[in-house]
Design a protein around this ligand. Sequence first.
Ligand SMILES: [Zn+2]
Ligand SMILES: [Zn+2]
Length: 362
Amino acid sequence: MAGSPRLLFTMLSLPLLWSDAISWTSDHLVLPALTWLHLGEKAGDPREIAAALLIAALQLLIIAGIFRPLESLLPAERWQDRRLTTVDRHYTLLMLLGLFPLFSFLVLMPFAHLLGGGPATAEPSGLKHWFPWFADHPIAMFLVYYMVYDCFYYWMHRAQHAIPWWWALHSMHHSQRQMSCWSNDRGSYLDGMLQSVLLATVGLALGVEPSEFALLGLLSELVQNFSHANVRLRLGRVGWVGERLLVGPRFHRLHHMLRDPERPTLHNCNFGQVLSVWDRLFGTALYGAPLRPTGVSDPVVDADNERGLVAMQWHTLKRFWGAFRRPAGWRLGDVSFGPGYAPIHDDEATAAPAARNESPVG
Ligand SMILES: [Zn+2]
Ligand SMILES: [Zn+2]
């Protein structure tokens, strides 16, 4: 208990430290770089660029410095080599060092300004507007916002599995047979854009500042990087409480399990992003089941494992188009992909196996 005031002090001074770090990076790195590139004002607020850079650097440091060594110390699965994890590492580096900052400034920021949010507004919006009490209680506001954001993510993730054209995109994230601390950023860029716009809309509707949005993103990303890590952690009671509140490596590994032919619906579990409470509330939580290998049983999707980053994106887009343009791509349910990437629903596949031999359409 004696440590509490100090802990509280540290927590309260964190935003100040963060703000100082942003100022330093902005003055010493971003501004000189912008001047050197003759970009000046056109590139946007140098403090926002500095924040994005710092977040990326912090995230890489934590993944490479903590999560990756843990995979060697306490692996959940033992692998002969880590060949398949290489492409996921490339995904993470590309996301953190290139695509995320680019996407934030080219799409999310203009989108935020378009909807009236963004750093320029002084008027309280969203939650602060409807409940002025929140304006004076930023931590409570942040927690409420986080719950809404995470609950929205849970339902979006269920849609990614239930709507065949969305599964065509999301299945690329699931095709990895060696799931590791790098796997979180393995995903279709079309899917990423769709998700970002939906999540940003929720954030803007609630009136979250873009700077808070970035910090929120970092916290979520770190929990997700860790929940993909190939680690087996035994935390005893802490682990028990932790697993029932937060998504951990074991919980998310079960979400990535290869379909069990004996229990073909078991893999439809553990959709939570950061909080596992939504799975418990909506009846999709699976605890204590023995771990199974990760990956997908559909050979058309599993072929991703033999592809590089660019080919994977391209084939995922073809898969998406094959589902999107057909009525079957809109009917909810588990599917595999047939010729021409036509989605074949599980019930049809068992009722009429001949359907798999139809000639490619289009
Ligand atoms: Zn999923
Ligand atoms: Zn995942």
